[in-house]
Design a protein around this ligand. Structure first.
Ligand code: SF4
Ligand code: SF4
Length: 358
């Protein structure tokens, strides 16, 4: 069990490298915030998908398949160049499972070479000491691992029990920042799991966040009293992360709709494996335009477009980006029609009962 594994401190050299990378990243994050406040013309955060395939099959997930090939490195570099030329500040690599991509280090290197902050969302199953060192060398700055439960079950194998050894390796060898995300709400068997996961994350020197899941109809549903207590405790534990600014999560915990302006398609972009721009992982198909044809005018239009799904949104990274613009520029445009998929086999995805790793 997780409690039986001791915490081993990183070497002095790793701790120094970690500190230096943290300070450099924090300085660039502050610059990113300043740039975002001065101008609304560039994307702040972009999720890219170099690999849709995943080694797991969590039953709630609509973001993976078990067959697709990795996007070639040269194609990923072309996309990153377009995003860098737009002025993008942060790139988060997501999936599927990005660690299955054979050239992931090259993707990370290119993000850093183009001056953008490099993050990764992974299920962590492919991490080992050698892989962590390669991610260090490539220049990775953030990793997020979502852990769904303490012991694996039929819904998810992303459990503390299966991942704890890898978390210990990260605490010893990673020079990038690690955030552990746990979940509360509909479909979570034991809410105490979120607390155990968050405590373990802090014990290992990581930040922790907690996501809230909607009910079966994607509707807001307040957490029970005990779950709310756990939620507040986990949020307090995660005070070192930017999640402390997430007032919307406190609203969701109480079942209140959150009033905010979703700037997806403009300040946040989701670039799928086919190189199409979407609002987010849960609204693929809007607008569904190739990145190569995505103009500043289109970004500007999306900035002013009111998103019909905002009140029930669970995509926390887009909500965090929204904080920088919520105070200005009301949205008064209606969404453009969805673009039909080029591949008729590919289904458009809209929000439902899902959990997002973001
Ligand atoms: S939630 Fe993550 S690990 Fe699970 S199937 Fe989806 S992409 Fe894979
Ligand atoms: S689901 Fe959330 S992030 Fe996605 S488009 Fe709707 S409001 Fe924006």
């Amino acid at each position: 069990m997780a409690e039986e594994i001791r915490v081993v401190r990183a070497s002095a050299k790793t701790r120094l490298r970690r500190r230096l990378r943290f300070l450099r990243t924090r300085a660039r994050e502050l610059k990113m915030i300043g740039k975002a406040l001065v101008s609304t013309k560039h994307p702040i955060l972009v999720h890219i998908i170099p690999m849709r395939q995943c080694n797991l099959a969590c039953t709630y997930c609509n973001e993976f398949d078990d067959f697709s090939k990795p996007v070639p490195l040269e194609e990923m570099k072309n996309r990153l160049d377009i995003l860098a030329d737009m002025g993008t500040s942060i790139i988060t690599i997501s999936g599927g499972e990005p660690l299955m991509h054979p050239d992931l280090d090259g993707v990370i290197r290119h993000i850093r070479r183009r001056g953008m902050i490099a993050g990764l969302i992974t299920n962590g199953f492919y991490l080992n000491r050698e892989r962590i060192e390669r991610l260090n060398e490539a220049g990775l700055e953030h990793v997020q691992i979502s852990i769904d439960n303490v012991a694996p079950d039929e819904v998810s194998k992303k459990s503390l029990k299966t991942l704890d050894g890898r978390l210990v390796m990260l605490s010893q060898h990673a020079v990038f920042q690690v955030n552990i995300n746990s979940v509360l709400g509909s479909g979570v068997k034991d809410p105490e799991d979120a607390l155990k996961i968050a405590h373990r994350a802090v014990e290992l020197g990581f930040t922790s966040t907690v996501g809230i899941i909607h009910d079966n109809n994607g509707q807001l549903k307040p957490l029970g009293t005990h779950e709310q207590e756990i939620f507040e405790e986990v949020m307090a534990l995660g005070k070192r992360s930017f999640s402390r600014f997430n007032e919307f999560q406190h609203n969701m915990a109480r079942g209140r709709e959150h009033k905010w302006r979703c700037r997806s398609g403009s300040r946040y972009l989701y670039i799928c494996e086919d190189g199409l721009v979407h609002w987010c992982s849960q609204q693929r198909g809007y607008p569904g335009i190739p990145l190569t044809q995505y103009t500043p005018e289109m970004r500007h239009r999306e900035y002013s477009t009111k998103k019909f799904c905002a009140a029930q949104c669970t995509v926390s990274c887009v909500q965090q980006v929204g904080i920088l613009d919520n105070w200005r520029d009301p949205q008064n445009l209606r969404p453009m029609p969805m673009t039909p998929p080029a591949n008729p086999q590919a289904e458009l995805v809209q929000i439902g009962q899902v959990r997002s790793d973001s």
